[in-house]
Design a protein around this ligand. Structure first.
Ligand code: ZN
Length: 118
């Protein structure tokens, strides 16, 4: 099989994938990482939390291995989901004051002075 995987994609670190043998979940693990690569930080965390929850016991550790996210990060995602994302802004993550300041454009005054005209 010669599927082209984006270079920056996280490679699954789970035991089965590490053994290098094909297993039924392999493609799915890859897809999780592919999907995650298009999410922002908080979305990644929530998706990881859901995937972990779906797997039940040991799920967090496994998802951590698959995605490379810290178990604490996934735990945080789970907590946020549990709180119905109440403190999470909708849309782009924007930390007050942390953004890039808009570049002020100084009006360029080009005044052509015609000295000594006429
Ligand atoms: Zn795997």
């Amino acid at each position: 099989m010669s599927t082209t995987i984006p270079l920056n994609l996280h490679q699954c670190q789970c035991q089965l994938c590490q053994q290098g043998e094909t297993h039924p979940e392999q493609g799915f693990h890859q897809q999780i990482n592919l999907f995650m690569s298009r999410l922002d930080e908080q979305q990644r965390r929530w998706d990881a939390a859901l995937e972990a929850k779906r797997r039940g016991h040991g799920g967090m550790k496994l998802i951590s291995q698959i995605t490379g996210l810290d178990v604490n990060t996934i735990r945080r995602g789970r907590q946020e989901l549990g709180e119905n994302l109440q403190n999470r802004p909708i849309g782009r993550v924007r930390v007050p004051g942390g953004g890039r300041k808009a570049v002020e454009k100084k009006p360029r005054i080009t005044r052509k002075t015609s000295e000594g005209g006429n």
